[in-house]
Ligand binder design. Structure first.
Ligand code: FAD
Length: 374
């Protein structure tokens, strides 16, 4: 069978893969976008806290904080219809066990030049537990609307051929060309340049191409969704350590809840996402090909009530929350982020001929890093 030829093959149909495909096709290239699942945007690009980072979250990694702030304005401008900018956002410091204190946090915000106004009182918060509360400016992107937007853009772009349900079976090199043998109906594909944008599956795909691993850890993570009459359209993030965050999930009207202590159910220190819930009765999830955790019968039981109990301490008695449902996915991090909790977006060229770029995503608004490198 004759192989289909493309200038680029992008593997992974989350926001980074979709953006890379659109950017390259926009320059006139022909691009094949390969997605393992039957739909785009089913994993980390859907299941996240939807925080359009301004930097506040990373007092231990000035580099991540500065990178978030660098791209925030462009991301907001180019995705205006999917960004919620009109809510009150508070950051606060727990009196006990925080890695930061008010003086450090204020100095950090001044250094980044991001607004933070300390408030002395607020009827919704419990100041006996919170040492300091700041009114800040942080927005939330809408992962569901973003997914719809990128799906349409990708499907309509004449330069992009989308292969969903794609299974790469074998990879070979012929001179300066990658030859991919994929299960039907994708078939045989050829390209001089591959971009791996598969996040939790980064190392599985690197290995398929005979290339080195990144040093990663993986966590099965839960984002819980809530509603609240009193805290509608508001957000609170408690810093910096094993605390949590409640904030609008884009424009959905829902609040997302996560907690450093309870969001992460299982941790894999293996470079592949290897978990004890993966078993032969769940054929679509293996360390080499992780699946969609929300749909998995073996996913861990929800920690939503634990997260809620933890967060409720920071609110006054006037505030109540209703738990609705949860999404689960694998969160992957560079092992090197262990100390500073940084989330850089790393793009490395692992092979020059034929070319292979490994794109490991940090924050959603750093999609533009692709333009600097590729
Ligand atoms: C719990 C959690 C909270 C987060 N909170 C935030 C936040 O508030 N703000 C923020 O900016 N970022 C946040 N992030 C990070 C952000 O969500 C990710 O960095 C980003 O979504 C990664 O996008 P991606 O396209 O690289 O990966 P994904 O969206 O995971 O897409 C990768 C795609 O590759 C596909 N794939 C895998 N293997 C193959 C294969 N062999 N062949 C073809 N396709 C394959 C997958 O099916 C998937 O669709 C959070 C992440 C998590 C998990």
């Amino acid at each position: 069978m004759e192989a289909k030829q493309f200038d680029f093959i992008v593997i992974g149909g989350g926001i980074f893969g979709c953006y890379a495909a659109l950017y390259l096709a926009g320059k006139g290239a022909t691009v094949a976008l390969l997605e393992k699942e039957n739909r785009l945007f089913q994993k980390a690009s859907l299941v996240n806290q939807a925080r359009l980072h301004s930097g506040y979250h990373y007092p231990r990694s000035v580099a991540t904080a500065a990178l978030s702030d660098e791209h925030k304005h462009r991301f907001t401008e180019e995705h205006q219809a999917f960004v919620h900018t009109a809510f009150e956002k508070y950051y606060a410091i727990d009196r006990f066990g925080s890695f930061t204190d008010p003086e450090q946090f204020e100095r950090f915000c001044r250094h980044l030049d991001i607004p933070c106004e300390r408030i002395a009182a607020h009827p919704l918060f419990n100041f006996e537990r919170l040492e300091a509360v700041y009114r800040t400016q942080e927005h939330s992107f809408d992962p569901v609307l973003l997914g719809e937007y990128y799906r349409q853009k990708v499907e309509q772009h004449p330069g992009i051929t989308l292969f969903t349900g794609a299974r790469i079976q074998q990879v070979a090199v012929s001179g300066s060309v990658w030859q991919l043998d994929c299960a039907a109906p994708t078939g045989a594909l050829e390209t001089p340049t591959v971009i791996n944008a598969t996040y939790a599956a980064t190392n599985a795909v690197n290995r398929l191409f005979g290339l080195a691993d990144l040093d990663l850890t993986h966590e099965i993570s839960e984002i819980a969704f809530l509603s609240s009459i009193q805290f509608e359209n508001k957000g609170l993030t408690v810093m910096d350590g094993p605390f949590g965050s409640i904030m609008p999930y884009g424009r959905s009207g829902l609040l997302s809840l996560s907690s450093v202590a309870y969001t992460h159910h299982k941790i894999s220190y293996d470079n592949l996402p290897r978990f004890d819930c993966q078993s032969p009765d769940v054929p679509n999830c293996r360390p080499e090909a992780p699946g969609i955790c929300t749909e998995c019968p073996n996913r861990p039981p929800s920690n939503a009530y634990k997260m809620l109990r933890q967060m409720q301490q920071y609110f006054s008695e006037a505030v109540s929350f209703q738990y609705l449902f949860s999404y689960f996915t694998i969160k992957s991090k560079l092992k090197a982020s262990y100390i500073d909790d940084g989330r850089p977006t790393e793009i490395s060229m692992l092979k020059a001929q034929p070319k292979f770029f490994c794109l490991f995503a940090g924050k959603v608004n750093s999609i533009y890093e692709i333009e600097k490198i590729i």
